[in-house]
Design a binder for this molecule. Structure first.
Ligand code: GLU
Length: 322
């Protein structure tokens, strides 16, 4: 069922000013893939004379005690720096609440009573991409909303009332990228503000004008850019960088060997060794060459960045950590 017959598309100009940022989730130590993305985000920002900020995305249940500080220490040990104290999302819940409430007051959101099972079972709307929310709760009459609210026995989630079917962003590495924009979740039923919401709200709050992150997040980007325009915020410039893969060409994970700075230290490899390896992987250093972030900055040219994922070499020191 859908109540959204028309599926228009949209786009907006991208910001040319504002800070760059790195926004890790403190679910554990950063691995070489995360560190490589952080290094690239720093290089992209500094190469354009932008400020660089760090944001700790610690709202969800994957957050581990102490992980945020270890992540910051690891970034600093590579020689990366940032221009303001890191923003911790867990300290800003009231701000997200106010945005969600504002969207409700403006009738740009609605309560959703669907379970994941309901959504999978619902017929997909014509023209809607697979997995898009079918709009089941979008236009329920008030009495029906009350009935469902009582029936589900838990709070509803809150969805954006989108008025577009897709949105186009321009990415520094991928070019024009169009992706679906459905009525995505703004607040989960447990009251946690959703990643797509907080990411947009905080990029605006922190004055971020350049988002550099892993290209696994490219599909979320049209939704975020659209939400920025709904909230009246500028759309940042984007660069989605290739991920690091293990020797089976799967996305790098902690179980893939010695992949964090702590594990590398246990094998006698310093943060400087890790920086050198990361620099080589992005084409900015010879193998084993001692480098500093400042030296890498002097060599950095986004146009020459490898476009392919970096497959972590299956070296004995990596295997030793398995
Ligand atoms: N916290 C997200 C992650 O670690 C990244 C979010 C972002 O860069 O927008 O995957």
């Amino acid at each position: 069922m859908t109540t959204r017959p028309e599926q228009p598309t949209g786009s907006a100009p991208h910001s040319s000013s504002g800070a760059g940022r790195y926004a890790p989730s403190p679910s554990g130590d950063l691995h070489l893939g995360n560190l490589r993305t952080a290094l690239l985000a720093w290089l992209f920002a500094r190469a354009q004379g932008r400020e660089f900020l760090v944001r700790i995305e610690d709202l969800d249940e994957r957050t581990r005690p102490g992980a945020a500080q270890r992540q910051l220490d690891d970034l600093a040990s590579l020689g990366l720096d940032w221009d303001a104290p890191p923003l911790r999302q867990s300290e800003h819940r009231d701000r997200y609440r106010a945005v969600v409430d504002g969207l409700a007051d403006a009738e740009r959101s609605y309560e959703c009573y669907c379970s994941r099972k309901d959504i999978l079972a619902a017929p997909t709307a014509p023209h809607a991409p697979p997995g898009a929310y079918p709009g089941t709760c979008r236009n329920l009459p008030r009495t029906e909303r009350e009935r469902r609210r009582n029936e589900i026995g838990r709070p509803p989630s809150i969805r954006l009332r989108s008025d577009t079917g897709s949105f186009t962003v321009t990415d520094g590495l991928h070019g024009a990228y169009t992706g679906a924009v459905d009525d995505f979740v703004l607040e989960r039923f447990d009251g946690t503000p959703a990643y797509n919401l907080v990411s947009v709200v905080d990029d605006a709050f922190q004055g971020v004008g350049q988002v550099v992150r892993g290209d696994d997040l490219l599909p979320s980007t049209p939704r975020q850019a659209y939400l920025a325009t709904v909230l009246g915020h500028p759309v940042p410039a984007y660069a989605h960088v290739p991920l690091v893969l293990n020797d089976r060409r799967e996305r790098l994970a902690k179980r893939d060997g010695a992949v964090t700075l702590a594990e590398l230290a246990g094998l006698g490899r310093s943060p400087a060794d890790a920086l050198s390896m990361l620099a080589h992987s992005v084409g900015l250093a010879e193998p084993g060459e001692p480098v500093s972030p400042a030296l890498l900055l002097s060599r950095f040219d986004p146009a020459r960045l490898p476009r392919e994922p970096w497959v972590l070499p299956d070296e004995p020191w990596v295997r030793a950590g398995r």
